[in-house]
Design a protein around this ligand. Sequence first.
Ligand code: XIL
Length: 326
Amino acid sequence: MSARLTCITAQQTHDAAYLDLLARGAYTGVVPEYEQQWGQIHPGPQTWAWTPTDTIVSFARSKGLTIEGHTLVWGAPDYPDLMPTWITTGTWSRESLLAVLREHISCVVHRYRDDIHTWRVVNEAFDEQGRRRDFVMQRVIGEDWVEHAFRFAHAADPTATLLYNDYGLEWGALHGGNREYDAVLEMVRDFLRRAVPIHGIGLQCHFDLQYSQLPHAADFSALVRSFAELGLRVQATELDVRLDHVAEDRSVNLRRQESVVDLVCDTIDAYRTGSVCVWGLSDGTNWLGAHATAAPYDVSNQPKPMAHRLGRVTRARLPSDRSGRD
Ligand code: XIL
């Protein structure tokens, strides 16, 4: 089984119930849920807020957990908490913005180089049509801002594993039907040809039981294989599966949720290239809200069928299971 991670907040490092779930599932690593987003860690030109990440790092150290960095640059201009207005509304030249990008990435990567060996460097640079998202880095620096982000991260820690992270590659059909996948694959091939330091792909894996977003087994396997064959690590970086948009019986939905998680874990585990990270352990803490019931444990911290495949917990039984499975 590949490594299993979950996101965690600085606050949750003191939350006994969350820590219990982490231990019960024998998770091997954590990812700061939002503390490292640019708007959090570097909210003003001269302002750095290290404490929340430091808290997570020392917690992880004390428990022997690995930590992945999330994320160095996310073009999320509508969320100032994630990408601050001093960046998105500043007046920049290509050179001045590149200098800020370099400084930001260098400082963050360098500070945590002893503890964080994998970074999700750039998050969501492409839209679902495979176009670069409209974002200040794209407008001012141009197409190569992504490549520069990877180069700056590599310069700050030449031993770190650097990932490109996105959410739409794994949604729905693959060949001929997924422009975002086509665009990311093309970018990665180009990076590898030109020795731009990229080492892996993070598939966020935010799924919805609504048919259109569910991966088909053949597509998901082909997706992972296509990057693995290029020598890249492929990770599921933010797995959750929401149930609230379909009207089926709960036990049917929980089984379908489990089968999506099985597919993701089977595929990632088979290629032995990466890890599976769930985006929040329980419905009470998952970013989508409790109604989405997208996490491995419910609001009472009881495991759902999907939980066993993520953490090392005994397969959960549904009330309708008479025979029992193990
Ligand atoms: C979410 C976090 O879970 C929230 O706490 C935060 O307020 C916003 O971001 N894709 C990503 C993650 O890459 O960083 C997002 O996490 C979920 C979507």
